[in-house]
Write a protein that binds this ligand. Structure first.
Ligand code: ATP
Length: 338
C-alpha cells in the first residue's frame, strides 16, 4: 500500500488549501535517517492522525511542522507561512502540547493557565472557558504540583488551547489518562474540530485514531507507509472479518470446510473463523444450526497498522513504497530553535 494508492481525491488535500503541506521532507541525525522524503497535506479543519512505532519519526516531523527543527531537505508550509526560521506572527496561531510540558508547579491550575494566557495577551474569560473545556474547574485552586498525572495532562492541553489557536498539535495527549478521562477528552477534541480547528494528533492508541481522525498517516522508518481515512485504510487492506463461535459448536476441521472460511482456529475460548465474505459464512452457519452465540469482529485500524509495522519473519519490516519527491534544500540555520 502506498501513499499514492490510498490518498483519496479530497479537495482539502490540495497544497493551496492546506493548513499544512509537507513535500519531500528528510531529516538525519548522524547516521540515523529519521525522515526520508515525507510528503503529506493536512486540510484546514481536518483531524489528522500521525501513527507509527517508536522511532518512526513522528516527533521529528511534528517538530519540523512546529518550527522547532529544521528539515535537511524538502519544503514545509504551515497556515500559509514557513515555520523555519521561526515566524513570530505564526506562533500565536499554533497550539502545541508535548509529552514533556513545562509547568509553573508552585502556581494553581488557574494561575498557571492565566500566566500562559497572559503571554499570548489572552483575557481571563478564556482561562475560565478553557478550564471548563478540559474539566479542571474543580481543580482550579489546586497547585500544579498536587494535580494527578491525568489532571496535569489536561492542563497541558488547556495551555495549548487557551489562546484559541487555529492549528493544534497534540502529542499523545491521552497517554496518562484513565479510560473515563480519555473519553471525556475525546469529547473536548471533537468540540474543537466542530469549532473548525485543525488538529494534528500523534497517538499510539489505534482505537482513538479510528474514533477521532478524518485521516491518518502511518509512518514506518521515516517514510509514509499509508495515508487515508481509517475506513479507507481498513477497506484497502482487505483485512479479514472474524466470526466467533462457541468452541463446542463444531470442530476446527469442520469449520475449515464451511464455504468462505479462509482459516479456522481456537482462540480466546472461541472458535474463530476468518473470512473475507462474512455474509456467505453467516448464511452457511445459519443453515448449519442457527446463529445463536455467533459474533462477528470486523477488521480495525489496529489490524492494518500491525500488518504495516510488524517485522516480517525474516526480521525485516514492510518497506513502504512512498514516491520520492524533489527535495528543495532550505536555508541553513541553527539545528534546533527554542
Ligand atoms: N535529537 C536527536 N538526536 C539523535 N537521534 C534522534 C534525535 N531525535 C530523534 N532521534 C532518532 O530519530 C528517530 C526518530 O525519532 P522520533 O522521536 O522522531 O520518533 P517517534 O516516532 O516520535 O518515536 P516515539 O513514538 O518513541 O516518540 C529515532 O531513531 C530516534 O532515536
Amino acid at each position: 500500500m502506498t501513499e499514492t494508492e490510498t490518498v483519496p481525491a479530497d479537495p482539502g488535500d490540495r497544497a493551496g488549501d492546506a493548513a499544512i503541506h509537507v513535500e519531500g521532507v528528510s531529516k538525519r541525525y548522524g547516521s540515523r535517517q529519521a525522515l526520508d522524503g515525507v510528503s503529506l497535506h493536512v486540510a484546514r479543519g481536518e483531524f489528522f492522525g500521525l501513527l507509527g512505532p517508536n522511532g518512526a519519526g513522528k516527533t521529528t516531523l511534528v517538530e519540523i511542522m512546529e518550527g522547532l527543527r529544521r528539515a535537511d531537505a524538502g519544503t514545509v508550509g504551515v497556515l500559509g507561512a514557513s515555520p523555519w526560521p521561526r515566524d513570530a506572527a505564526l506562533l500565536p496561531r499554533l497550539g502545541v502540547q508535548t509529552q514533556s510540558s513545562a509547568f509553573f508547579v508552585r502556581l494553581t491550575a488557574q494561575e498557571h493557565l492565566a500566566t500562559v494566557a497572559a503571554l499570548y495577551g489572552t483575557g481571563r474569560a478564556a482561562v475560565e472557558r478553557t478550564l471548563r473545556a478540559v474539566a479542571l474547574t474543580e481543580q482550579r485552586d489546586t497547585r500544579v504540583e498536587d494535580l494527578s498525572g491525568g489532571q496535569r495532562q489536561r492542563l497541558a492541553i488547556a495551555s495549548a488551547l487557551v489562546h484559541d489557536p487555529e492549528l493544534i498539535f497534540l502529542d499523545e495527549p491521552t497517554a496518562a489518562l484513565d479510560p473515563q478521562a480519555r473519553r471525556d477528552l475525546w469529547n473536548v477534541l471533537r468540540a474543537l474540530k466542530e469549532a473548525g480547528r485543525t488538529i494534528v494528533y500523534t497517538t499510539h492508541h489505534l482505537d482513538e485514531a479510528e474514533a477521532l481522525c478524518d485521516r491518518v498517516a502511518i509512518l514506518v522508518d521515516g517514510r509514509v507507509a499509508a495515508l487515508d481515512s481509517p475506513r479507507g485504510l481498513v477497506g484497502a487492506a482487505g483485512a479479514a472479518t472474524s466470526v466467533l463461535l462457541p468452541p463446542d459448536r463444531m470442530t476446527v476441521a469442520q469449520a475449515q470446510e464451511v464455504e468462505g472460511v479462509d482459516r479456522a482456529v481456537l482462540s480466546g475460548g472461541s472458535l474463530v473463523l476468518e473470512t473475507r465474505v462474512s455474509g456467505k459464512v453467516m448464511s452457511a452457519l445459519d443453515a448449519l444450526g442457527g446463529l445463536d452465540g455467533v459474533q462477528t469482529r470486523t477488521a480495525t485500524l489496529e489490524d492494518v497498522y500491525l500488518k504495516l509495522t510488524s517485522p516480517a519473519a525474516d526480521g525485516t519490516r514492510h518497506t513502504p513504497q512512498t514516491p520520492q519527491t524533489p527535495q528543495t534544500p532550505q536555508t541553513p540555520d541553527r539545528e534546533h530553535q527554542t
